[in-house]
Design a protein around this ligand. Sequence first.
Ligand SMILES: C[S@@+](CC[C@H](N)C(=O)[O-])C[C@H]1O[C@@H](n2cnc3c(N)ncnc32)[C@H](O)[C@@H]1O
Length: 254
Amino acid sequence: MNAPDFYETDRAVAEYLLFHYGTPSQILPWKSGPTDALEYPARCISECLDLSLLPSHARALDLGCAVGRSTFELARHCSEVVGIDYSHRFIEVARQLQQHGSIPYAYAEEGLLTTPATATVPAEIDRERVKFEQGNAQALRPDLSTFDVVLMANLVDRLPDPRRCLDSLPGLVRPGGQLILTTPCTWLEEYTARPQWLGGFEENGRPIRTLETLQAVLDPHFTLTRALDLPFLIREHARKFQWSVALATVWIRH
Ligand SMILES: C[S@@+](CC[C@H](N)C(=O)[O-])C[C@H]1O[C@@H](n2cnc3c(N)ncnc32)[C@H](O)[C@@H]1O
C-alpha cells in the first residue's frame, strides 16, 4: 500500500473518527497521559482563530479536513464552511455526519478487538452551514472563490508538492483574512519526495526548518501574527498512541 492510500482504509477512518469525535476517556483510558493533547481538531480553531477579525457572514475553508471536526468547529463562527479532502472515504463519512449528526463506528482496543462507539457532531453546531467535497489541495477547482478563513491542519507534510498548495493561498484568502496552518513537520519520503520538503534538512551546512521556508514563501502576501505549539494525540489502540506537537502559525492576508 502506498502511504497516501492509508487515508482510504478502514483503520484510518476509525482512527480519525476517534481523534476528531472521541471523548477524552475513549481516547485516553489511563490515569497518566498528555490530556492537554486532546480535542486537537477543536483547539485548532479555539486557540488560533481571531474572532475579532471575522466579518459577519464569514466564509471558511478547511483544506485536508479528514472526517470534518474542525470544519464543524469553524461553523460556530462562520456562516459558510467548505471542507475538502483527497480521501473519498473521509469525505463520505464527513457527509454522513453532516446529514445525520452522528455515525456508528468501532475503535481499536487490541489486535482485532474493537469497542463500538458513535461519533457525534456537537448539537449546538449548525450543520447546514457546512459542505464537504473530495478534492486535491494542490489543484483546487478554480471556482472555489475566496475565504475569510483558511485552515490547513497537519496537511503540508502529507502533500507531494506542498509549495504548489502554498502558492494557491494568496488567491484563496481575502485581504484581512486569516490563514491557520499547523504541521508537526513530519517530513517523510513516502508522502513528499525529499527535494519538495519545506524543512528538516541541511543546505550548505545550515539547518533549514519548516517555519523559515513557510515565512519565505508566505511573507510576500501574509503577515505572520502568531506561532504556537499545539500538542495532539492520535490513539492507534488502547496501549499505543502517537503524541505530537504541531507548529501552529496564524497569518493575515495583506
Ligand atoms: C494528517 S491528516 C490531517 C487531517 C486533519 N486536518 C486533522 O488535523 O486531523 C492529512 C489529511 O490530508 C489529506 N490529504 C492528503 N493529500 C491531500 C491532498 N492532495 N488534497 C487534500 N487533502 C489531502 C488526507 O486525506 C488526510 O485527511
